[in-house]
Structure formats: structure tokens, C-alpha cells
Ligand binder design. Structure first.
Ligand code: HEC
Ligand code: HEC
Ligand code: HEC
Ligand code: HEC
Ligand code: HEC
Ligand code: HEC
Length: 251
């Protein structure tokens, strides 16, 4: 290859590629920052003549890590798959573990039903301004949640009632080499993940270490919601933020 062609490819990789690739990979459109991570739960609501339930991740994650809900309280990481019912909520499970009418609004007072059953994806957006003091990023909520935790601006709770396990520190940073030439490797740092998540949220269902699933980590599969895409499409910073996973890429 000529010297000139080589440098054109390097230039493409480092500077232009992310933009081209963004179009190439067909990234899903992003909602406004105050709606990123907000969902409407509607497995049973409308069928039972109440409006769909609004749930916002940014409202909750500044107080609780993911492990509280997705490990201890057994919510699935896929909307409308957990069998949440109003009876279970009232008995203290699911939303009712916190929304119990004592510490927080609960499930008895008819005036409170609409705080959850309002069918509005942007419910609570007026509170988003409280987050503007946090370190910024370009995509998703526009908030660097890793830095907010590291700097002590938020101190989310890890467990509600279960006894925290003995300290299990596993900080290995894994380099995931691309199979494409000229694509800087992706990195997977365990540390920031373990601050939010429990090992068994990822192992073995999302990442089977024994089978070494690494070689199947294609962007197309991630964008379909597999592997990193379980979280990095809807709640953790989105796929648009190439450089945060591929530190060698241009802006
Ligand atoms: C803290 C949030 C929250 C509050 C407050 C709340 N609900 Fe729910 N409710 C839910 C969730 C979550 C579901 C599951 C919804 C789904 O999957 O569609 C649900 C389900 C329901 C259902 C569907 C059928 C069933 O029994 O599961 C009805 C009816 C219902 N709620 C009525 C009410 C009424 C009436 C109130 C007020 C007295 C209320 N809810 C208050 C969160 C809430
Ligand atoms: C206060 C409870 C709570 C916390 C904290 C929480 N989640 Fe969730 N999450 C939920 C609920 C409830 C659902 C919907 C479950 C259902 O409908 O079956 C959900 C759904 C999801 C989904 C599916 C979203 C979609 O668009 O379908 C992902 C991904 C997810 N959570 C990741 C996370 C991550 C990552 C964290 C930590 C940064 C986190 N959650 C923290 C309660 C929580
Ligand atoms: C681990 C505890 C916890 C669980 C579980 C939890 N919440 Fe919350 N939720 C809170 C706290 C604390 C707040 C108040 C946050 C604030 O104002 O900063 C809150 C606030 C809210 C709000 C904002 C309401 C308003 O009008 O201000 C909604 C809506 C809500 N929760 C819905 C839900 C639903 C639906 C579920 C179950 C799917 C759920 N929450 C599960 C702790 C929890
Ligand atoms: C949440 C982390 C994450 C983000 C964000 C991310 N990637 Fe990837 N990407 C990966 C992983 C993991 C792989 C597989 C291992 C590897 O090839 O480095 C990968 C692979 C690739 C590959 C190699 C081809 C393939 O499909 O395996 C290309 C090209 C690529 N990414 C481009 C991008 C571009 C462009 C962006 C931004 C628009 C981006 N990536 C954002 C994690 C990410
Ligand atoms: C957010 C998801 C996630 C969480 C949480 C997580 N891991 Fe991992 N882990 C990964 C990924 C991705 C890999 C690389 C998988 C591969 O190469 O196939 C990995 C690889 C590993 C490996 C193999 C290391 C190697 O050198 O190949 C071990 C051991 C491991 N994890 C242990 C843990 C332990 C212990 C915890 C909890 C303290 C944990 N992991 C939490 C995603 C996670
Ligand atoms: C189970 C959910 C989950 C999965 C799966 C997951 N992540 Fe994450 N990741 C998170 C959360 C939560 C954070 C904290 C930052 C945020 O929420 O925006 C994070 C943070 C990161 C960071 C830290 C950036 C920093 O500023 O320090 C990197 C890099 C990253 N993820 C890459 C990956 C890659 C690559 C994969 C796939 C191999 C992956 N993640 C899979 C949830 C997940």
C-alpha cells in the first residue's frame, strides 16, 4: 500500500470513522436527556383500565445501585417481563419494597395512584435540573454517572435488607480486540461495573466466561441488545459514545 493511501486510512480511522460508522451501524435514535432510561411498564395496566406505569432510571439510580433492583428485588432487565402485580406491590415486593406508604408514597391512597399510573414517559422531568451539577457527558442522560459516584456526589445504596457479601474485589480491565483491522480495541473495565452491578447479573447469562463469548461481540449483535447492549442502549451511556469503549477512536 502506498504511503498516501495508508495515511488516508489512518486519518479515516482516527477522525472520520466514528461519524461514518455511526451511520453505518444504524444507531437507534436517542430521546432527550431527561427521558433517557425512562420506561413505561404496561404488561397489565391498560388491560385493567389504569394508565401505564412510568419508571425513571435517573430518578432511582442516584439513590440505589442497579443491584438493589436487578438482583435483590428481582426485576428483570427487560421491560414488561417481570410479573409485577398490584397485590405483590402491596405485600412489600417489587415497587412496594420502597413505595410502602411509610417512607415513600405507597399503594393505598387513591391520590397516589397517578404518580405511577400516569402513562407519561417524561414524568418527573422537572426534577432533572437537580442533576445538572453532575459531571457531564455527551450522550444518554448527559451525566457521567461513573464520575458522579467516584467524586461522592451520589452515594447510591447497595442493598436494602440482605447482608452485604464479604468484599469481593475484581477489577480486571479486559481488552477486547476488534476483528476488523484499523479498529481500536474496546475495553471492559470491571471496576465501574462492579460498583453498580452484581457479578451474577452478567455471569453467566450475558457473558459466559467458560465459553469465552468474546469472539461473538460484534457491534451488530450489541445493537440488537445482546452483550454490552443489554445496558448500553437504554440505561448506561449509549452506543453513540464510541470513545468511551474504544479509547483509541477519534471524536
Ligand atoms: C409505586 C408505583 C405504583 C403505585 C403508587 C400504584 N401502582 Fe398499580 N401497579 C404498579 C406497577 C409497576 C404495576 C404493574 C403494571 C404493568 O405491568 O402493567 C401495577 C399494576 C396495577 C394494576 C394492574 C392489575 C394488577 O392488579 O396488577 C392495577 C389495576 C393497579 N396497579 C392499580 C393501582 C391503584 C388503584 C393504585 C392506587 C391506589 C396503584 N395501582 C398504585 C405500580 C404502582
Ligand atoms: C429502583 C429500581 C431500579 C434500579 C435502581 C435500576 N433499575 Fe433497571 N429496571 C427497573 C424496572 C422496574 C425495570 C422494568 C422491569 C420490567 O418491566 O419487567 C427496569 C428495566 C431495565 C432495563 C430494560 C430497559 C428497557 O428499555 O427495556 C435495563 C437495561 C435496566 N433496567 C438496567 C439498569 C441498570 C444498568 C441500572 C443501574 C445503573 C438499573 N437498571 C437500575 C428497576 C430498576
Ligand atoms: C429501592 C427503592 C425503590 C423502588 C424499588 C422503587 N422506587 Fe420509585 N422511588 C424511590 C424513591 C426514594 C423515590 C423518590 C426519589 C426522589 O424524589 O429523588 C422514588 C420516586 C418514584 C417516582 C417519582 C414520583 C413523583 O411523582 O415524584 C415514581 C413515578 C416511582 N418512584 C415509580 C416507581 C415504580 C413504578 C417502581 C416499581 C417498578 C418503583 N418506583 C420502585 C424508591 C424506589
Ligand atoms: C458499550 C461499549 C461500546 C461502545 C459505546 C461502542 N462499541 Fe464498538 N465494539 C464494542 C465491543 C465490545 C466490540 C467487539 C470487540 C472489538 O471489536 O473491539 C466492538 C466492535 C466494534 C467494531 C468492530 C466490528 C465489529 O462489529 O465487531 C467496530 C467497527 C466498532 N466497534 C465501532 C464502533 C463505533 C463507530 C462506535 C460509536 C458509534 C462504537 N463502536 C461504540 C463495544 C462498544
Ligand atoms: C457488566 C457485566 C459484568 C459484571 C458485573 C462482571 N463481569 Fe466479569 N466479565 C465481563 C466481561 C464482558 C468479561 C469478558 C468476557 C469474555 O471475554 O468472554 C468478563 C470476564 C470475567 C472473567 C474472566 C477474566 C479473563 O481474564 O478472561 C472473570 C474471572 C470475571 N469476569 C469475574 C467477575 C467477577 C468475580 C465479578 C463480580 C465481582 C464480575 N466478573 C462482574 C462482564 C462482567
Ligand atoms: C448489565 C449492564 C451492563 C453491561 C452488560 C455492560 N455495561 Fe458497561 N456500564 C454499565 C453501567 C451501569 C456503567 C456506569 C456508567 C453509566 O451508567 O453510564 C457502565 C460503564 C462502562 C464503562 C466505564 C466508562 C467510564 O467512564 O469509566 C465502560 C468503558 C463500559 N461500561 C463498557 C462496557 C462494555 C465494553 C461492555 C460489553 C463488553 C459493557 N460495558 C457491558 C452497565 C453495563
Amino acid at each position: 500500500m502506498s504511503y498516501k493511501a495508508g495515511s488516508v486510512i489512518i486519518l479515516l480511522t482516527l477522525f472520520v470513522l466514528p461519524q461514518l460508522m455511526e451511520a453505518y451501524f444504524d444507531l437507534p435514535p436517542l430521546p432527550p436527556p431527561e427521558e433517557y432510561g425512562n420506561i413505561l411498564i404496561n404488561r397489565t395496566s391498560e388491560k385493567n383500565n389504569v394508565k401505564a406505569v412510568s419508571f425513571s432510571h435517573w430518578i432511582h439510580r442516584r439513590k440505589y445501585t442497579c443491584r438493589v433492583c436487578h438482583f435483590e428485588l428481582e426485576f428483570n432487565m427487560k421491560t414488561n417481563t417481570t410479573e409485577i402485580t398490584e397485590a405483590l406491590n402491596r405485600s412489600g415486593r417489587f415497587c412496594g419494597a420502597c413505595h410502602n406508604g411509610k417512607d415513600l408514597f405507597g399503594h393505598d391512597n387513591p391520590a397516589d395512584c397517578e404518580r405511577c399510573h400516569n402513562g407519561k414517559k417524561d414524568h418527573g422531568k422537572e426534577k432533572f435540573s437537580e442533576l445538572l451539577k453532575f459531571p457531564k457527558t455527551k450522550f444518554g442522560n448527559g451525566i457521567d454517572w461513573v464520575a458522579a459516584m467516584r467524586d461522592g456526589l451520589i452515594k447510591p445504596v447497595n442493598y436494602l435488607t440482605i447482608k452485604p457479601p464479604e468484599d469481593i474485589t475484581f477489577n480486571k480491565r479486559i481488552i477486547l480486540e476488534a476483528e476488523w483491522t484499523n479498529i481500536p480495541a474496546a475495553v471492559f473495565p470491571h471496576k465501574p461495573h462492579n460498583e453498580w452491578l452484581e457479578c451474577n447479573i452478567c455471569h453467566p447469562d450475558i457473558f459466559n466466561i467458560k465459553k469465552k463469548t468474546t469472539k461473538h461481540f460484534y457491534m451488530t449483535r450489541i445493537l440488537q441488545g445482546e452483550f454490552c447492549g443489554v445496558c448500553h442502549l437504554t440505561v448506561a451511556f449509549p452506543m453513540n459514545d464510541c470513545k468511551r469503549c474504544h479509547p483509541g477512536m477519534g471524536h
